[in-house]
Design a protein around this ligand. Structure first.
Ligand SMILES: Nc1ncnc2c1ncn2[C@@H]1O[C@H](COP(=O)(O)OP(=O)(O)OP(=O)(O)O)[C@@H](O)[C@H]1O
Ligand SMILES: Nc1nc2c(ncn2[C@@H]2O[C@H](COP(=O)(O)O)[C@@H](O)[C@H]2O)c(=O)[nH]1
Length: 206
C-alpha cells in the first residue's frame, strides 16, 4: 500500500498574509506541495486568473457542487461562497503527494473533522491594526469590505486554539521558516489516526 500524502491547512484572517507566505514557501527549491485551487462566487480581482487563483463560478453552480457532494468543505464569507473541490484533494493525496490548502477558519474546522490527520496551522497578524493596514495597503477591497473582514477577524482569532500550530506573520521569511520547520517535524511524527493493520494484512492473514 503506497503512503498517502500529507494535508496541510493554512488559515487565519483575511489580509494576514496567507497567500504571500504560501507563494514564498512554494518558490523555495525542493518544494513539492500541490496547491488546492479553491472555488468561489466572488468576482475576480484585476490580475486574478480562473483556474489558477480560484475557480470563479456563479452562486447556482457553487450550490450545485454542494448538492452533488463535490466539496470537501465550504463556507460563506462576507457575502460569497468559498470552498475546496473534493476530487483534486482525494486524487492528489492518493498519489502520495502533499496538498496545501489556504482557507478560512470555518472551512478549516470542517476539514479537521473529516481529515484529523491533517496539519492545521493558524497564521496570525502581529496585531489587528497591522491587519487593517495590510488590507488597506493591498488595495483590493472597498473600505466597507475591509471593515467586514476586520470584524470577522475578531471571531477568527478566537479559533486559533483549535489549530495544531500558530505562527505570527511578522516577517514573511520568519513565517516561512517556521512553517517549514513544522512540516519537517510533522513528517517524522507517528500518525494521529493509526492505520487498520488487520485490514492491511488482508482476509487470508486474519
Ligand atoms: N509579513 C508581512 N509584513 C507586511 N506586509 C505583509 C506581510 N505579509 C503579507 N503582507 C501584505 O499584506 C497584504 C495581504 O496579504 P495576502 O493577500 O497574502 O493575505 P491573505 O491572508 O492571503 O488574504 P486573503 O485571505 O484575503 O486572501 C498584501 O499586501 C501583502 O503584501
Ligand atoms: N472555507 C474556505 N475559505 C477559503 C477558500 N479559499 C479562500 N478562502 C478564504 O476566503 C477568505 C476571503 O478570500 P479572498 O480571496 O476573497 O480575499 C480568505 O480568508 C481566504 O483564505 C476555500 O476554499 N474555503
Amino acid at each position: 500500500m503506497s503512503k498517502r500524502g500529507m494535508l496541510i491547512v493554512l488559515s487565519g484572517p483575511s489580509g494576514v498574509g496567507k497567500g504571500t507566505v504560501r507563494k514564498a514557501l512554494f518558490s523555495q527549491p525542493g518544494n513539492d506541495f500541490q496547491y488546492s485551487v479553491s472555488m468561489t462566487t466572488r468576482q475576480p480581482r484585476p490580475g486574478e486568473v480562473n483556474g489558477k487563483d480560484y475557480f470563479f463560478v456563479s452562486k447556482e453552480e457553487f450550490e450545485q457542487h454542494i448538492r452533488e457532494g463535490q466539496m470537501l468543505e465550504y463556507a460563506k464569507y462576507v457575502d460569497n461562497y468559498y470552498g475546496t473541490p473534493l476530487k483534486y484533494i482525494n486524487d492528489t493525496l492518493d498519489e502520495g503527494k502533499d496538498v496545501f490548502l489556504e482557507i478560512e477558519v470555518n472551512g478549516a474546522m470542517q476539514v479537521r473533522s473529516k481529515c484529523p490527520d491533517g496539519v492545521f496551522i493558524f497564521l496570525t497578524p502581529p496585531d489587528l491594526m497591522e491587519l487593517r493596514q495590510r488590507l488597506i495597503h493591498r488595495g483590493t477591497d472597498s473600505m466597507e469590505v475591509i471593515n467586514k473582514r476586520i470584524h470577522k477577524a475578531f471571531g477568527e482569532i478566537q479559533m486559533m486554539q483549535n489549530y495544531d500550530y500558530a505562527v505570527v506573520n511578522d516577517q514573511v521569511d520568519n513565517a516561512v521558516t517556521k512553517i517549514k520547520d513544522i512540516i519537517r517535524s510533522e513528517r517524522l511524527r507517528v500518525p494521529r489516526v493509526m492505520p487498520d493493520y488487520l485490514e492491511m494484512l488482508g482476509d487470508s492473514e486474519k
